[in-house]
Design a protein around this ligand. Structure first.
Ligand code: NAD
Ligand code: ZN
Length: 265
């Protein structure tokens, strides 16, 4: 259903009345910030072959090339700004205590929007020492590094020196190579982060699914947890996805236009 005024009012009312709201976002929520989605035309898949770079094997084989690729993505992300969709979600999170956000994105833009909204200088929390657990980065963040051997992880906003293998970041604790703190092909999601997302989805009466092709598992099953517990799904995406026909409302538009209208306070 294309979003018209009446529909938007209904959706806004349903969200306002819901006890518990889960929001699941994907690459589309960052598209209007200038970050390519993976599967859309012109996406990262077209220019690179991530299955050759975003794997533990690739990192073992050639960490310099993997870090060069990630450093270029990090520079792109750091040159982009949170858009009106990220900002609407951040304000919504701040306005209610029963809202949980889970993102598949690794660009840190939700965190930055949240920090801007709270006017806070506090760095984004890592999954291990987060001081709030309502923003869940299911696939990690390219603005964090973590040790390839021990548990050490840290925020990293500076650009990575990729001039030589020895210049690449190394762990201050054990000396092993640091890697981007993201989930690579063939790796599992952090079980505790996924469980928090599934639990929040189960208790939510509404799950808003934004800008995801809903084909990457297990993230794509999170909205189903809401539905299986008797809640409803609302989708925001210009295209159809496997979740479109399961959604109570499918708002076919860009997240930058639609989210401020349905989450607006
Ligand atoms: P995807 O590329 O598979 O799908 C993007 C979806 O966003 C599509 O359904 C598309 O129709 C929709 N979309 C495009 N523009 C939109 C807009 N303006 N508003 C709303 N929706 C819009 O992305 P995915 O489902 O997130 O899965 C891809 C995987 O790639 C994820 O695992 C994610 O970690 C990773 N990824 C992350 C980023 C990022 O961090 N920004 C970017 C690319 C890929
Ligand atoms: Zn270490």
């Amino acid at each position: 259903m294309t979003a018209n005024g009446g529909t938007l009012r209904q959706v806004r009312g349903a969200i306002r009345r819901a006890q518990g709201v889960m929001i699941l976002t994907g690459a589309g929520v960052s598209a209007d910030s200038g970050i390519s989605t993976f599967r859309d035309f012109g996406g990262l898949w077209d220019r690179y072959r991530p299955e050759e770079l975003a794997t533990p094997q690739a990192f073992q084989r050639d960490p310099k090339v993997v870090w060069e690729w990630y450093d270029s993505r990090r520079r792109t992300v750091l040159s982009c700004r949170p858009n009106r969709g990220h900002k609407a979600i951040a304000q919504f999170l701040l306005s209610r205590e029963d809202v949980t956000l889970a993102t598949q994105n690794v660009d840190g833009l939700h965190q930055r929007a949240f920090e801007e909204a709270t006017d806070s200088l506090v760095m984004a929390p890592t999954p291990l020492d987060r001081d709030f657990d309502r923003t869940l980065e299911l696939h990690g963040s390219i603005l964090r590094t973590r040790c390839s051997v021990c548990e050490m992880s840290q925020q990293e906003y500076e650009s990575i020196d990729t001039s030589d293998v020895d210049a690449l970041p190394h762990c201050l604790d054990c000396g092993a190579m640091m890697r981007p703190d993201v989930v690579w092909f063939g790796e599992s999601l952090d079980g505790s982060v996924l469980e928090l997302a599934l639990e929040a989805a189960r208790v939510a009466e509404v799950c808003i699914v934004v800008g995801t092709s809903a084909v990457v598992q297990p993230a794509a099953s999170i909205p189903l947890a809401t539905q299986e517990s008797g809640g409803i799904m609302i989708e925001v995406n210009p295209e159809h996805t496997p979740l479109t026909s399961l959604s109570q409302w499918s708002l076919q538009g860009s997240s930058t236009e639609v989210l401020p209208q349905i989450l607006g306070l």
